[in-house]
Every structure is written in C-alpha cells, then in structure tokens.
Ligand binder design. Structure first.
Ligand code: ARG
Ligand code: ZN
Length: 470
C-alpha cells in the first residue's frame, strides 16, 4: 500500500504540470469547447454555455408558396470563457456556411446542436460576430405536452412561435430564456403579404424583385422563445395609447370582426398595467391574429402576442399583455420557473376583472377552492394536481396548476400582507427585475424582504406542497 501511494504522488504532480502546460501558451489560457446545454431542469440541451448573446440580426426571405425560408443570422455575442468551439441550437434546415469574425469557420451538426469551430480561438470577454447562412423548409416541433410550436404554416403563410424551444426551428441561437438579447428581424416576402415581427417597424422597402422587406427592431432585451415572425395577408392597424406606446395589430381578415371587441380595450389595458405593475416595459404593443386553428394556444410573443383566430375573450388579451411585464420583461431563469409567468399573468386577469367591478380575486380564489364553475369556468380544472413551483415533468410546465395554483399563491400572499404591501410587491418585483431574469427562490426572498412578512407557510403549502391546500 505504502509504496504505491508514494509512487502515485509524483505521477499526479506530473499530470497536473502537463495539463497546465497544455492549457497555457505564452501566458494565455487556451480556449475549450462551450457547453452544449445549460442543464435546464426540463430542457437540459436548450441554450449553450460559454457565451452570452448581445444581438441577433436575422435577415430572412420567406416564400409562402414553397414554404421555404432562406437567409442569414448574424449573432453578436460575448465570450464568457476562452472558446475553442461553441454551440448554437438549430433544428432542421441546412447550414450553408458559418463565419466567425469574418473568417470561415468549421461547423458540424448533431441533433439540434450546431457546433462552430472558429479559425481563431475566442478569448474570454471578447465580443465576436458569427454569421450563419442557412435555409430550407422549416418544420414544427411537438412539445412534450403534445402541442405544436416552432415554424407553423398557415393556409397562405406561416408563423414562428417558440415556447419553450421552438425558435430553433427557424433561427440558430442560444435558445434558453436566461440569455436575452436585442433583435433586428428583417423579413422579405412577396408583394401582397405582410411580414410582422416583434418591436417597431423601422422600414418597409420594395426590393425591386416583386418582394417587400419589412425591417423590425427590438431595442429591449428579448428571450428567444418570445421572438416571432408572421407572414400572411393581414389587415394592419396602427395607433397609440394615451401615454404614447405605439400600437400595431395585424389581423387575419376573416377574424377581423370577431377580434374587434377583445382588442378594442388593449390601449386602456396597457395604461392599466402600467399603473398596477409599473411602466409598460416596451416601446410598442399590439397583436397578431392568425387564421383560426393555426395553434392550440395564444402566445405572449414580445410586444405582439399571437392569437390563433380571434381572441375569445378580453381576459385572454389581458393575460398576454400581462406577460409583457411577467415573463417578457422579467423572464424566468429556467423552465421550472414557469409559474412566475403564468401564475402572474393569470392573477393579472383576476385583478383586471376586479378593477372592472366584476368578480373579485377573492371570489375567484374561493371558486377554485370550491370548484365553483359559475364564477370562473376554469375552476374545475385540476389546479391542485401538483405544486406550481415543481411541475413533475416538461409536459407539465404549461399545466393548469402552474396557472391557477400559481395565481392562488399570489392571492395567499395578498391575504397575508394586505393590499397595500401586496401591490407594492407586484410593482416592485416588475420594476426591480425589469428586462432581466428571476427565479422562484429569488421571488420568495424578495417577497419576504419587500413585505417584511414571514411567508414560509405560503411557500410550503401553496408553492411547493404536494397535498391539495385547504
Ligand atoms: N404561454 C402561453 C400563454 O399562457 C401558453 C403556451 C402553451 N404552450 C404549450 N406548449 N402548452 O399565454
Ligand atoms: Zn400565459
């Protein structure tokens, strides 16, 4: 035993020295590959390690007749370590070429991982530019819960929706909500079509070949799952809210009549939300109403939520608007924090109804506890199936407890701390984490600090507890 142990020491030291020599050349630490995933508890391969994106410039042409997308993605990112290679998430499509800092880079693909090996290694802290030329016929993805996301074709157009991981079907990126970036999305489509995306329309240019280029700009950070691109024969309406937020709605003509009512109060809702949750986080607001039947859900795509057919209620419009504060400006750290999106957006619906003189949030809360569907038709839903902060699997992150029991968590806090402190908490949470990311542990600590109340029982029973609370 003794001799062996002794003889191992020098070997270890030599190996360490060798490793050190290998890692250092002329005093600088050499790069290593960036991680192929961020180990999200529900989507471990989503996102990539070793860098943070600052900006995406997508310049894409879409041909509705052939269903083909073609163009370039220019990704400006900052290296967080020395990088010999790094990954992007991309599903389907063909990569035609990759350049890093203007020089041709080697790349290969396995599954949804595109690995890029720059000609020259990237130094920690370096801001670098990756240009990917790509194209093909994008395809939709099936979510773990069975619904479709990604690039979805409609009768005469298409839309990109990405919660949680569908954005990789239409552009390469660091597709995890923890990496937010600004965007410029330019979409070139045949005459007669509108192309709609997040943020503001900077220009609309006739390209001279029978097509129009729509250049959309998002100056505020955006998680990639909130990016959208909709191509279709939409009716466009523009306007402004009382406080000056620009409005842009694109509505499928067949849905225009039925959309008018629910969308009419959007400007007023923006002002209401600003009063309740702090200033509206973006320069623009609006909606995209897709042909009916395109999706099984609405999605809070940044600044312009998408609806599959006319929104069926005013409260749905309010819900997607509320996500602009909760989810889009304050984004989840991981897909486990989904209740911070859905519980808050649902509670915002309850608050809006309460402020309209309809049912109070207390009445909704009671209706859920008692399964009284006469107050809220969704009250019989299985809101108690699991704790909102611990969905059992990726198929449950959009499950009803995340929405309804999530909202009930907020109402329980309100009961404990009273209205004044509760509304201060909602607003403080949105303002203090504006354009950032936050997780569940961050929220519980913040709530206790901000209100000065010990809320452990609420967390134990309502947020994390497996048993149905009573
Ligand atoms: N976040 C969307 C909303 O609440 C719903 C997305 C549903 N997605 C799904 N895969 N079930 O507005
Ligand atoms: Zn929602």
């Amino acid at each position: 035993m003794e001799p062996r142990a002794r003889s191992r020491l020098p070997v270890t030291a030599a190996a360490a020295l060798l490793a050190l020599t290998a890692a250092c050349t002329g005093g600088t630490v050499q790069g290593r590959p960036g991680a192929s995933g961020l180990r999200d508890p529900y989507f471990p391969k989503a996102g990539n390690g070793g860098y943070q994106v600052e900006h995406y410039a997508l310049d894409l042409g879409y041909d509705p007749a052939g269903g083909r997308l073609h163009g370039t993605a220019v990704i400006t990112a900052r290296a967080e370590q020395g990088l010999s290679s790094f990954n992007l998430d991309l599903s389907g499509l063909r990569v035609e070429g990759v350049k890093v800092q203007g020089a041709g880079a080697r790349f290969n693909r396995t599954g949804n991982e595109l690995t890029v090996r720059p000609a020259e290694e990237l130094k920690k802290g370096e801001v670098f530019r990756t240009e990917i030329a790509y194209g093909g016929k994008p395809k939709a993805l099936a979510d773990p819960d069975g619904s479709e996301e990604g690039w979805i074709t409609t009768g005469d157009g298409a839309v990109g929706v990405g919660e949680p991981v569908g954005s990789m079907t239409w552009f390469p990126g660091n597709h995890h909500p923890s990496d937010k970036a600004t965007y410029d999305i330019t979409l070139t489509v045949p005459h007669g079509y509108q192309a709609v995306s997040n943020g503001e329309l900077r220009s609309r240019t006739d390209t001279g070949d029978g097509r129009t280029a729509f250049a959309w700009h998002s100056p505020e950070p955006m998680a990639s799952y909130l990016a959208t691109a909709a191509v279709g024969r939409y009716e466009v309406t523009t306007g402004r809210t009382a406080s000056g937020v620009a409005l842009y709605t694109a509505v499928e003509p067949e849905e225009a009549d039925r959309s008018a009512g629910p969308l009419a109060r959007l400007p007023e809702m923006v002002e209401w939300g600003s009063g309740r949750f702090g200033p509206y986080p973006f320069g623009t607001a609006g909606a995209i109403v897709l042909p009916a039947g395109t999706l099984a859900y609405a999605l809070e795509t940044q600044t312009k939520p998408v609806y599959s057919g006319a929104p069926d209620s005013e409260e749905l419009v309010l819900h997607e608007l509320a996500h602009q504060w909760f989810g889009n400006s304050v984004s989840p750290e991981s897909w486990k924090d989904m209740w911070l999106n859905e519980g808050f957006a649902t509670y915002a619906e309850w608050l809006w109804a309460e402020d309209q003189g309809e049912h109070t949030a207390q009445e909704r809360f009671d209706a859920f506890l008692e399964g009284d569907t006469s107050v809220d038709g969704r009250a019989a839903a299985d809101w108690d199936a699991f704790p909102p902060a611990a969905p059992p699997g990726p198929e449950d992150i959009s499950g009803s407890p995340v929405y309804y029991r999530g909202a009930m968590v907020l109402h329980r806090i309100r009961q404990e701390v009273g209205d004044e402190k509760f509304f201060d908490l909602l607003r403080g949470w949105a303002v203090d984490h504006r354009h950032g990311n936050a997780g569940t542990a961050g929220f519980t600590a913040y709530a206790e600090r901000r209100t000065g109340h010990d809320l452990k029982k609420v967390w134990d029973v309502w947020l994390y507890g497996k048993a149905r609370p009573r």
